[in-house]
Design a protein around this ligand. Structure first.
Ligand code: PMP
Length: 284
């Protein structure tokens, strides 16, 4: 359980931050979750690029140069090599300062944490069965493209899913699908894959990009366009994508079956493509 905290490597139990850390006080920080398969981080450059963009968006100085990010991540991965697959968690907060909403003056040093958790991807049964989901109003703010640690709305929405005994909450804003509480959402209609375009209302998922790249590379027709609530409910297939869920089929929505209530053929194709791509990248 070795973690990286502010330049040092230490056991998780010894990693502590002051209560005045703005991450604790305000949720004033950004984060990344990176899947690591057999010691190989998947799409690390893309995750670090998104982290850099998020830091810029919230005006936190990027505390490490790119080589230092790579080095710190590698060392945390190596220290946790007993885990076959890892979920690497990076968090950067604005730092420690007396409680005041405005940025600290003079500037303070950002707090940097990198830790490793076991990566639990959906097993064959879940891939085969699919999962259930509910819908809810998207009650989040208007900067959902920023992967911020202030996740109270997501916490409440995800708990709604748990309270209903389902896997995910799909969010609707003004009658249109945005995303899941911790995933992006695709639908399939008449063989065409469809997903909402990137906007301030959803996180630009790394897995979302991978799925579209695979669709493009393998001649699967897709359409990046807003998905209305009616289109969502009439979809032949609904998928969730995220770094930890990979690609997962939703087979019931608000208690109603999606098509015949089984993961569809386009899902099975994409799931296979994703696994093959993942394995190929890992061997490279
Ligand atoms: N949307 C939200 C709100 C998320 O929390 C996540 C998971 N980080 C995603 C989408 C999927 O993003 P990614 O594919 O980069 O994991």
């Amino acid at each position: 359980d070795t973690v990286y905290l502010n330049g040092s490597f230490m056991p998780l139990a010894q990693a502590t931050v002051p209560v005045l850390d703005r991450g604790f006080i305000f949720g004033d920080g950004v984060y990344e979750v990176i899947p690591v398969y057999s010691g190989h981080p998947f799409r690390l450059e893309e995750h670090l690029a998104r982290l850099a963009m998020n830091l810029e968006a919230v005006r936190i100085r990027n505390p490490l140069v790119i080589t230092a990010w790579h080095d710190a991540c590698s060392r945390v991965i190596a220290a946790n090599a007993r885990l076959s697959d890892q979920s690497l968690y990076i968090q950067v907060t604005r730092g420690v300062a007396p409680r005041d909403q405005a940025f600290p003056r003079p500037d303070v040093t950002p707090t940097v944490l990198i830790m490793s958790m076991p990566l639990v991807t959906p097993g064959p049964e879940l891939v085969e069965s699919g999962v259930s989901a509910i819908t809810a109003l998207d009650i989040r703010w208007q900067r959902c493209n920023i992967k911020a640690t202030s996740l109270l709305a997501n916490v409440l929405l995800r708990q709604e899913a748990v309270d209903h005994g389902v896997a995910e909450t799909l969010m609707l804003r003004e009658g249109y699908l945005t995303e899941g509480s911790s995933s992006n959402v695709f639908i399939v209609k008449k063989g065409v894959l469809q997903a909402p375009p990137k906007s301030q209302y959803m996180l630009p998922g790394i897995t979302y990009d991978v799925v579209l790249e695979l669709a493009q590379a393998h001649g699967l027709p897709f359409d990046i366009a807003p998905v209305s609530e009616a289109q969502l409910r009439a979809a032949d297939e609904i998928w969730l994508t995220s770094s930890t869920k990979e690609v997962l089929a939703v087979v019931t929505l608000d208690g109603a079956k999606v098509n015949d209530g089984k993961p569809g053929p386009v899902f099975r194709r994409m799931h296979a493509l994703y696994q093959a791509f993942k394995n190929q990248v890992m061997r490279a």
